[in-house]
Design a protein around this ligand. Sequence first.
Ligand code: F6R
Length: 600
Amino acid sequence: MCGIVGYIGNNDSKEILLKGLEKLEYRGYDSAGIAVLNEAGVHLFKEKGRIADLRTIVDEKVTATVGIGHTRWATHGKPSKVNAHPHQSASERFTIVHNGVIENYEQLKAEYLEHVTLKSDTDTEIIVQLVEKFVNDGYGVQEAFQQTLKALKGSYALALLDRENSDVIYVAKNKSPLLIGLGDSFNVVASDAMAMLQVTKEFLELMDQEMVLVTRDDVKIFNLDGKLIERMPFIAELDASDIEKGTYPHYMLKEIDEQPFVIRKIVQEYQNDNGELVIDPTIVEALNEADRLYIIACGTSYHAGMIGKNLIERLAKIPTEVHVSSEFSYNMPLLSEKPLFIFISQSGETADSRAVLVQVKEMGHQALTITNVPGSTLSREADYTLLLHAGPEIAVASTKAYTAQVAVLSILAEVTARSKGLALDVDLPHELGIVASAMEELCDARDEFEQIASDYLAFARNSFFIGRGLDYAVCLEGALKLKEISYIQAEGFAGGELKHGPIALIEEGTPVFALATQENVNLPIRGNVKEVAARGANTCIFSMKGREMDGDRFILPEVHELLTPLISVVPMQFIAYYAALHRGCDVDKPRNLAKSVTVE
Ligand code: F6R
């Protein structure tokens, strides 16, 4: 969701900015722009659509050693060239890029900018107009910037250029992610490290309500009262090759294929020299001391949380609830006496989840974040973190992060159970090894899944995924994958619920995918399949070795029953991928979606 880049140095900034924006494409966007500043003034290029479209309008002849850039995911005002960033003040002296939502922009407009004619429908334009207003009132630029920041309510990561001074980029952050990258005679600004790995691996983290002056040779961080803050840089443990597609046509396909490796890596990361799985004892203690766990997450991570609940309750015997973040923050249920909150988030930046984290921390509760991104906001602000070790996930549709979340939750459940002396019938490192091999088998069977996508979804307008127990959670994820990238309406249902309403939607030929991997519900789910088949549905059953029956379309390799979600999701991912591909959809960057959802 919205990405920011900035460069100040001695080289031409255009290509660095454009390449940086390309690396942020995965976050999701609908328009993009850059502004560069040289002796002749500010040169502004912006366009609706892709970075490739922006490239066609950037004037090659313009050279400038300072600039800012942006990918926009519309919040205020529709996607258009006018609403694309950068935005400029009335006199065009100031130019800004912004990520976040200014909640009091209407109020600021009424209070300070009554006589200013705004050019766009964005909340962002208010910020840049306000800086100019304060400068016109007699403040120096730094003070005007500071005054503006103090007036803003909401979230922002922003970078501002002053036409009168090409030696500085003014930067600020509150609730939206932003980093400063450090170089030799240059410095950069980026929403995430990936955007600027092309020029540096050394970064400075910014905290909320900080303001930064970035020059060619220096970076000065201030709080909003103007107090200088010292901060040590960190080295981003990322390899540029981790974020390349290599020979793959799409990141999503690469990331599906990486899953066996990720599962093995997770086992390695969480195993001690004796081959036992280990987790920081303070985290295990926190789980054991809690009388109830509250898993908080959105989308795919929520689906992983549903499986986590099941694993924790079955293995560690701790009552666990799972909640959608955006619901929890406005409709908090009655909490237990000693809750522990577990936030699951691939990006670690999801605003809906962060809102809950802020609330529960204010209430004095403990929180654990399970995330793929070390140093992310949710990781920094929780008491404890467990990492997914999945490597950067670039495709908007989450695949390997989901299976990594389930695997890490299984380890958390197992280690906690063992710490309580509970008898376990699962040798988890061994069983996860079997899962990794089973995933490889499934990746090798991709042609079969392509065929299924073509047989069932070529002309489909809608589709259903049904299952019971753990399979139900995977069905929700399978349906989400399909709808988000192929735009075929897809809904997941608990098999037993169908007859209570959804079955009315079944027509001749409606595709219904059913998962049948769970022993205790094998017969009931098959009964549900018969019910829809009798009404004309085109049914496709995925069962598991040992539970197969005549007519099953695909038999998954056998894995421990608790770990079936790790493998039954793989065919769902491939089917979604091929269905989207056959329809000519942009698999890695589906419409309207963002990878890192940093607004509520
Ligand atoms: C779907 C998907 C989203 C995310 C959700 C939460 O493929 O990726 O549903 O799971 O936006 O994001 P994180 O996990 O970053 O908090």
